[in-house]
Ligand binder design. Structure first.
Ligand SMILES: Cc1cc2nc3c(=O)[nH]c(=O)nc-3n(C[C@H](O)[C@H](O)[C@H](O)COP(=O)(O)O)c2cc1C
Length: 209
């Protein structure tokens, strides 16, 4: 039995295009793999630890080989629990809206919590950085109001390149994508068509995931 971690990064629930297409993926995946578990994590409703001064004090105390205080240790244990849930999955599905050319802040917070040396990546002065989350596939469903596929628009897209950078940094090599765009700029007919195509594409991507 495998565990698929399904990370939702839109607060728009059923109105969300990225969640609609990612739900189609999850449904097709469940049909093809009824024995597998799907663990859904909504970064907007999940009680993610704040990555503030106390968390950073704990991080640097641990990184420096010192002993964190009891309060720092308690804060760090919450960070470790989020990392553990992430790392214990076998496969990953993300639903990611574009917000201000990048990803929503709660997903950025999630990355700030889980991307930690010794947990999801390592550093060696001789060989550099190495990702520690290896041998697992990820599918990312993107939604954006505009269309960033043209040569002119691609340079301002910080959504897909950022997701791919972070996932590659922590070890992913097998990253597929489903793109729903433009969900706003082309008007309702274009949006309807792009959602339909994204749902079909997502179902197909789930078949051999
Ligand atoms: C706060 C916010 C910022 C947005 N910024 C952009 C943007 O920079 N570029 C863009 O094309 N669309 C932008 N949009 C539109 C969304 O990308 C679009 O509505 C998309 O469908 C959202 O994904 P969702 O339907 O899964 O929530 C923004 C929407 C919100 C709410």
């Amino acid at each position: 039995m495998s565990r698929l971690l399904y990370i939702q990064a839109s607060p728009r629930g059923e109105s969300s295009v990225s969640i609609t297409a990612a739900d189609a993926f999850a449904e097709a995946y469940r049909e093809a793999n009824p024995q597998d578990e799907i663990d859904t994590l909504d970064v907007f409703t999940e009680d993610l630890p704040a990555f503030d001064g106390a968390a950073l004090d704990a991080k640097y105390a641990i990184l420096g080989g010192g002993s964190p205080t009891a309060d720092q240790q308690a804060g760090w244990s919450r960070v470790e629990a989020v990392i553990e849930r992430f790392k214990s999955a076998d496969k990953y599905l993300f639903a990611v809206p574009m917000w201000n050319f990048s990803i929503p802040y709660r997903l950025k917070q999630y990355f700030d919590v889980i991307v930690q040396p010794g947990y999801t990546f390592s550093y060696d002065p001789e060989t550099g950085y190495d990702g520690l989350v290896t041998g697992r596939p990820a599918c990312v469903v993107y939604a954006s109001g505009g269309d960033y596929s043209s040569e002119q628009m691609r340079p301002v897209d910080m959504q897909k390149p950022y997701m791919e950078l972070m996932l590659t940094f922590i070890g992913f090599k097998d990253i597929s994508s489903v793109i729903a765009a433009p969900t706003l700029m082309g008007g309702p007919d274009t949006a309807g068509e792009c959602i339909k195509q994204a749902v079909e594409h997502a179902r197909a991507a789930a078949a051999d995931f």
